[in-house]
Unconditional design. Structure first.
Length: 249
């Protein structure tokens, strides 16, 4: 199929200035889409936005995606983050891409176009783990629930994979692969360790590093720190500060 012919025929589609082979269209008030052909002309890189459209930022994303076409399309990673993206006034540090099946931008109305469209959006390195840490289901959940790619004003939502069991609350994770979680969930479960002997919280960062936290006699015992063979006794505030630090960097 010819993606340029399909996209240029969308209602309201207009050529974008300063970006070759790119179009912008609006599907509803406050909702915008823009897309550019890959360097080989056979794929489409698309940015969606909701109540956050920034033409300069979107133009920079499209130009970078076109320039990095080969890197974005290589392999079969469901989510990919290309480092080095910058835009003045923003703190994003990667250009992120989700392959067909993770996003569903054209699945209903243009299924052929869907198969050659990659969703692109600005992101933060701490949000993306190595491809081996994602199943397709994980990637789809992360894309929809955590990354919120249509919000171009969003803050970072660090990647967290979480395992926990609490003997007092009865809460816990049954899946041996853990769950993807937000900071508020990790924060809550670490606090709930207080007075719950035999409980634990294990979390994994975007770098693939795992940390385990238990409670014992008024202290939180932290295991998994590089270079430390024995658990370290910490106060709750120290554990929370360390967790937030390793999740972001």
């Amino acid at each position: 199929m010819d993606p340029a012919a399909v996209v240029s025929a969308f209602p309201g589609a207009e050529r974008m200035s300063e970006v070759p082979d790119a179009w912008h269209w609006s599907v509803a008030p406050g909702s915008h889409a823009a897309a550019v052909l890959s360097a080989d002309g056979g794929h489409l890189f698309q940015v969606n936005s909701r109540d956050s459209y920034d033409e300069g930022l979107v133009r920079a994303l499209l130009l970078t995606a076109r320039e990095k076409s080969a890197e974005l399309l290589a392999g079969d990673a469901p989510l990919r983050a290309v480092p080095g993206f910058q835009y003045e006034g923003r703190t994003f540090d990667v250009l992120a891409a989700a392959r067909p099946g993770v996003h569903r931008y054209h699945e209903v109305k243009e299924p052929e176009l869907q198969q050659i469209t990659w969703a692109i959006f600005p992101g933060y390195a701490c949000e993306f783990a190595g491809p081996n840490l994602y199943s397709m289901e994980d990637a789809r959940e992360s894309f929809i629930r955590f990354l919120r790619p249509a919000d171009l004003n969003r803050d970072a939502v660090p990647y967290i994979r979480l395992w926990f069991d609490n003997t007092v609350t009865g809460g816990g994770t049954d899946n041996p692969d853990g769950i993807l979680a937000k900071w508020m969930t990790l924060d809550r479960e670490l606090k709930l360790l207080d007075g719950a002997p035999g409980s634990f919280v294990t979390f994994q960062t975007f770098r693939g590093k795992k940390f385990r936290v238990e409670w014992e006699g008024g202290d939180w015992l932290l295991s998994g720190e590089p270079g430390k063979d024995e658990p370290r006794r910490l106060g709750l505030d120290e554990v929370l500060a360390l967790a937030e630090s390793v999740l972001h960097g």
